[in-house]
Design a protein around this ligand. Sequence first.
Ligand SMILES: [Zn+2]
Length: 435
Amino acid sequence: MQRRVQPTSEAVRAANRARVVDILRRSGSATRAELVSGTGLSRATVSSLIGELADRGLVSELPQPAADAPGRPPTRLALNRAAGLAIAVDVGVRHVAVAVGDLSRSVLAERWVSLPQGHSAERGTHIVMRSIETTLAEAEADRDQIVGAAISIAAPIAPDSGRFLVPGVLPGWNGSELAELIGRTWGIPAAVENDANLGALGESVVAAPPGGDPHGQDLLYVKLASRVGLGIAFGSRGAFGSRIHRGHDGYAGELGHVTADPDGPACWCGRRGCLELYAGAEGMLARLAARGIRIDDVNELIRRAEAGDADVLAVIGDGTRRLARSLGALALVLNPSVIILGGELTALGPLLLDPVHAELAAVPFGAPVAVRTSTLGPRASLMGALALVLSESSRFTDQSSAPVAANPGRVTAPAAAPSRSLKSPSHPSPSRPSL
Ligand SMILES: [Zn+2]
């Protein structure tokens, strides 16, 4: 008896292929069983799509880890560099960092450069562009392989315009102009995002081991540096990995401007007594200066705290208690699985962690909220920028969206990216066997 074959249009197949690729981008790697459950497609369809992607050099099997238990662990699949490369840029007050990674989350090259004090925006932009060029060269990246760039900025950003809301941070810099320049130069989509949001996304990737909870974490990342920022990354049922929660019009996470004392000092945001005036390093230094104690920077603040300076300890103790109370309120409202503390002030160690632990242990409902310092440390926002290109795949295209050509060595560019020609893989990864 002849088997009845259901006709499958290329559009349906392309949509199914995009679902497989999307899960691989979000999760870094997946087994065939995870792809079947994640897409809802049949095992045969998933196998056929994986075979097609492998034939085009876009997907590889990951090397098997040494098995502790008897029985062969299921093979994990990942996108390889032929599927696309992502550029991550982190612009801080004193540094520029650039990473180039593939869509399986492997970092191929990473570069950190100091920003000179009092630099002009023009000079800073030049340093960013040169750093990207050098890092791409170190990664031996083919220009046509780049699918997008995400730029982390250590400042509150107006979501509609990409402009910075604090004039004093990175004077003259404009987030959207930098993104446009990067996008234009390399012919790719480029997005700018707040560093705390990206810190949350970066930590959510590290917190999710391969084969771990496919729905992602409900995670809060609190950046404690000159100012106080909050990134919220939520997991969701039926979707792999966590997503940044930006709120109604993009301003979610302005924890630094929750009122800690309505009669407190004036804040740049126009209100009084905002939390970051007490719990951020700049605010702590200002409070000490008001008492006639001049401390130049965060490092000296931490040194004086470690040395037991009573005035410094009093200001830090007051700030961390106010922060802890706000985090306790956040835990009640949002019920996160973990709160991660990042930024320079995490060097305070127990002076910071103890009051936060105590406050969260007193939350009356649910399992105790885990609190820890950032696993990625200063790299959290940079790794989050890479993760953004992977997790928001609708904003950043990849080679798998190209239609299959008769000659697999020459593939036509999709209509969505007419200016780019797509090539067959030019850098097969030697460490990963092909399927
Ligand atoms: Zn404020």
